[in-house]
Design a protein around this ligand. Sequence first.
Ligand SMILES: O=C(O)CCC(=O)C(=O)O
Ligand SMILES: [Fe+2]
Length: 472
Amino acid sequence: MTGGSGAVELQPPPPLPFRLLPLPPDGGTNWDPASVAIPLNVRLDGCICPSEASAEGARIAYSHAVVLDDFVDDSTRSALLSFLLHGGSGGASGGGDGSTPLMGNSGEAGSGERWQQQRADGAGCQLPADRWERRTTDMAGAAPTWGVKQHVLRELAEGRLPAMQEVHARLCRLYPECDISHLPADAIQLQSHSQAEAQQAQQTQQAQQAQQHQTQMQGRVAAEAAGGAERPQQPPDAQHPQQQQQQQQQADDDDAHGPPAKRSRLERGGGLADGEAAAGVDCACFVANAAVAGDTFRFHVDADPTSFPDGSPWHAAYGDYFNGEPGRPLLVSLLLYLNDEWRRDWGADTLFLDGQTDTGVFVTPRPGRAVLFDQDILHRVSPPSAAAGGRPRFSLVWKLALLPRAPGQALCLARPEWGPPASIGSAARVDAVKRQLAAERRLAAAQQLATTRQQQQQQQQQQQQQQDGPEY
Ligand SMILES: O=C(O)CCC(=O)C(=O)O
Ligand SMILES: [Fe+2]
């Protein structure tokens, strides 16, 4: 159970090469987090899990999913889509509305009608071949679907796009109590001997950087307390040099030396049915999808810290822990729907599943809508319906780590100002057990009180009898 009073004070783990989200040059955004509408705020996957932060050695864990409407404005959304389709800054090139003349055997420009001309199996859907490939899968053996190429992902990760920086700034506004970094994918991989040696050699440097960072943080917290200062921008090249090199190498392998292995969305198949086993670790900190009618998608989790390899730097720093452990990075995904129009009957909802009860929730794409969810939650895209007429449903997913600033600091996607999240499936079941236990505790306490009072009364009576002396 979650220990309210007796939490154990933990030392911060050794630093990893976290790369904070690049922010706009002026450091901020005018966006007001209070302007966001929250049509869904739920928790699933309720369980009791081990916890070092709790005096009892265990806590109740949930996975959260939150929908934020109007999280991004239309120019940011269309700039992101335009970048995925055409490159550039995503701002001025236009046509980033999901109905640009990129597809179609007819080569006709025009309205969304041209999507109707595509075959419904996705294979006839032509996204720009220099940026998109049909090679993304939810797990080994699953049919490939559209995803952006490695060099596009790399550009995204560089964080120079103003639209990306705006999204980052909004996210930081939403969660001011923590730092937010890209998921350090390399740290989650098993390392070769030479990589491990190089990693070790850079530990000192990282420790120094972490120290600097902490000093900056303290300064910033003090400055914010004094006058609402913004976060300083993290320069894009603040990335770990080894990581840059590895990414470059990976890109070279991808772009110049033949096709890479299929890119999988799956990192761990926790709670999956038979035949839906995990398929290894996906190292991308972004995924961009274009789901088309006829695609198949499988339930997967984006990442789960209970399953990172024993020999990985992440495991060395944090060990096995359940996502949401106080004082540990909280792994979350940010999903943005990018189409300029998406009708309900076009399908392509995102589905979230409580694996213990086979119940869940769905989220219909809407322009400007974002979904934030804990990465260990089972979810999948559902394919667009035939009514979508071959239109691709675009989404961009950030794999993130929310970093606590203090030992034992608990982080949660569901903000207190949004009210308590609704519990679904096993989360509701755990809540019921919690209520039952609380009721039993209250009853036991009441009984104890009654017994104590009774004993006191008896004592008083005895004392009174002794004072009064024997009755003759
Ligand atoms: O686009 C969606 O609805 C979800 C995509 C997803 O799960 C992923 O890319 O990992
Ligand atoms: Fe996913």
